[in-house]
Structure formats: C-alpha cells, structure tokens
Design a protein around this ligand. Structure first.
Ligand SMILES: NC(=O)c1ccc[n+]([C@@H]2O[C@H](COP(=O)([O-])OP(=O)(O)OC[C@H]3O[C@@H](n4cnc5c(N)ncnc54)[C@H](O)[C@@H]3O)[C@@H](O)[C@H]2O)c1
Ligand SMILES: [Zn+2]
Ligand SMILES: [Zn+2]
Length: 345
C-alpha cells in the first residue's frame, strides 16, 4: 500500500509499505477513505516531536471502512464505515475511566506518532471498540474528518477549559484550523464578543465570516492595547491560546480580565514566561489540555443536525496519489489560503 512516511526532519516520501495486520485482539484494520494533514504533522516534519521516530507513517485524522477486526472487537465488523479519533483509548484504565482518554495507559495520541497513522491506504487502529465511531447513514464524510481532531481540540481545550459562557468576552489568539474550530464551537454558548487575533489577513477574514465580532492583526505589536480598548479596559473573560509560541501566550496574559481564564491549546516547543508578579492578584486560571476527543459524539450530533457546518473549514481537495502536493499546499497556507485539505482514496 502507499503511505506518507516521515524520514527525519525535513524529509517525507510517499512510499510502498506492507498492509498492516491485526496484532492485538482489540485491533481493527481500516481502509482509509479520507484523511487530512494537521499543523502537528508539520511540527513532526520540523523535528519538533521527539516521540515520532523516522520511518513512521504520519496522520491521526480520517474516515474509512473496516477491513478486518481482531477477535476481541465487538462493536464493529468488516464493511462498517467509521470515524477515527486522533486519540486511541482502552476505555478501561484509570485515566480512561475518568474520561481523560488522552492519557490512556496504552493509548492516547499514538496514531501517526508512536505507531503508524492514517495517511495511508490502510491503518491499524488499536482499541477499536473505544477509539472508532460509526458513521451515521447519509452523513457527509468530509465534514466528519473535522471531528477526528480539530473540532474536539478547539472545543475541549479552548471552549470548555476556557469556560466560555453566555454574554462573556472571548479572544482567540491564532486563526488557524484549531482557532477557527474554537470560534465555531464557542458560538454554542453565545458569548457577547469573540475577538480573533492573527497575523494573516485572510485567516482574520475567515474568522469574521465564521462569526467573530472583531478581528485584530497582531503584526504591529499593538494587539493587547487594541483588545483592552475593545473591552473598555477590562480585558477578556476567556483568552484562548491557539498558536503555541511565547509571544501569543504573553498576549493572553496581557488581555485576560480579572477572574478570567487563559486556555492554552498550542503545542509549545520553547519555554514561556509566567508573569505572576502581575497575575498573582488577578483571580485568574490557566488551563492546559491534550485533547481527549470525549466530545466527538456530541459534536457529531451538532454536525448531523446542521447546528455546526464543519465543511466550512475545508479549502482544498486532493487524491491520495497527490499527497505530496497536499502537503505543499497546506505547508504554504499564507499563500494558498489553505485551512484543512481533504485527501481522498
Ligand atoms: N492541545 C492539543 O491537544 C492540540 C491538538 C491539536 C493541535 N494543537 C496545537 O494547536 C496549535 C494551533 O494549531 P493549527 O493547526 O491551527 O496551527 P496553524 O499553524 O495552522 O495556525 C496557527 C495560526 O497562528 C498564527 N500566528 C502565528 N504567529 C502569531 C502571532 N505572533 N500572533 C498571532 N497569530 C499568530 C498563524 O498565522 C496561524 O494562522 C498548534 O500549536 C498545534 O500544534 C494542540
Ligand atoms: Zn492534529
Ligand atoms: Zn485507557
């Protein structure tokens, strides 16, 4: 089968690999019908993710059809259409029993990281019963690919952890797919203001189209001042950090209101300063989270009932053989205006 392989920092190739086989009774082999590329895959290709070794097939998002199942799988059979969670979870360990699937003792974010992933014709999915979701009859598969990672991430790590509430004021720093997913799902709670911050005018325009009440381009260094002005000097109740660099976390520290929350979503590769000399008296909260994808069933219902239009996040479509082209387009998002790219079998 063809697969997109990480061959060390800066190196990737579409290679021929053997079709995966069942290794444990809970495994399923899924024939991929649609997958996509995540900002995290680009982090891996830069060499930022130490757990991902060269030779790994990338990808942790997608939909497919069950090809075969191990003896222990009871919820799925060959031929079933499934959505693949970016988080594999046994459902039985202490962390899974708390709903913290991201820290499953034998799972978590392993697909396309410590085991081969979904950017291939077939993938082996461990703990299939509790890591796959049946695709409802008539569902738009493209839309569901947005549920593997980005919508649960924006919602769980940004909106839920950030305690977005009716009438509240929210700033989302970073208008990439994750920041935009946070924007779309923040609207469930009817905040009064959603301020979108980015350096990229195209992404800010998308934010506006998706329902941001204001947008702020932070290129000139004056973002904090403008956001304080927009909020009457008060700051925001929720500051969602969806970039993953020190400057954007600092911006969140500068704009969070007394009693507010900084919900960090970004994957940080460098040390960040915490300004407790100013924030100690601020009655504020800082949260961090690796997505659990516990919200997939709920989000699936909002997509199915047209409460959430997930296809808005898709800008480009490719065939599987065009995988390298898909990476090139996604990697040059500022020029190509790419958000999520769909790669079809
Ligand atoms: N916590 C989790 O479980 C989890 C899951 C998935 C992704 N992530 C992380 O979330 C982050 C966002 O993901 P994405 O796919 O949307 O990434 P992305 O790179 O597509 O988007 C980041 C956005 O930030 C903007 N940006 C960069 N520097 C900025 C600055 N100084 N000020 C304002 N905006 C700036 C960029 O223009 C871009 O639009 C990444 O760090 C990713 O690794 C976390
Ligand atoms: Zn991802
Ligand atoms: Zn577990």
């Amino acid at each position: 089968m063809k697969a997109l392989v990480y061959n060390g920092p800066g190196l990737k190739a579409l290679e021929d690999r053997p079709k995966p086989t069942i290794q444990a009774p809970g495994d399923a082999i899924v024939r991929i019908t649609r997958t996509t590329i995540c900002g995290t895959d680009l982090h891996i290709l830069k060499g930022d993710v130490a757990t991902c070794a060269p030779g790994r097939i990338l990808g942790h998002e997608g939909t497919g059809v069950i090809d075969s199942v191990g003896a222990g799988v009871t919820a799925f059979k060959a031929g079933d259409r499934v959505l693949i969670s970016c988080i594999s979870s046994c459902g039985k360990c202490e962390n899974c029993r708390r709903g913290m699937y991201s820290h499953c003792a034998t799972g978590g974010w392993i697909l396309g990281n410590t085991i081969d992933g979904t950017q291939a014709e077939y993938v082996r999915t461990p703990h299939a019963d509790t890591s796959l979701y049946p695709i409802p009859e008539g569902a738009d598969e493209e839309a569901l690919v947005m549920l593997s990672d980005i919508l649960p991430t924006g919602f769980e790590c940004g909106v839920l952890n950030g305690k977005v509430a009716p009438g509240s004021t929210v700033a989302i720093v970073g208008a990439g797919p994750i920041g935009l997913a946070a924007l779309l799902t923040a609207k469930f709670y009817s905040p009064a203001e959603i301020i979108m911050v980015d350096l990229d005018e195209n992404r800010l325009a998308v934010g506006k189209r998706f329902g941001a009440t204001s947008v702020v381009n932070s290129a000139d260094g004056g973002a904090a001042q403008r956001i304080m002005k927009l909020t009457g000097g008060r700051g925001v109740d929720t500051a969602i950090e969806a970039v993953g660099i020190p400057a954007t976390f600092k911006l969140c520290e500068d704009i969070v209101a007394a009693g507010g929350t900084i919900a960090n979503v970004g994957v940080h590769g460098a040390k960040v300063e915490l300004h407790l000399e100013r924030l100690w008296s601020h009655n504020m909260t800082i949260t961090t989270r690796l997505v659990d994808t516990a919200s997939i069933p709920m989000l699936l219902k909002t997509v199915q009932s047209s409460r959430l239009d997930a296809t808005q996040l898709i800008t480009h479509r490719f065939k599987f053989a065009e995988m390298l082209q898909a990476y090139d387009t996604f990697g040059r998002a500022a020029e190509t205006k790419a958000l999520k790219v769909i790669i079809e079998a």
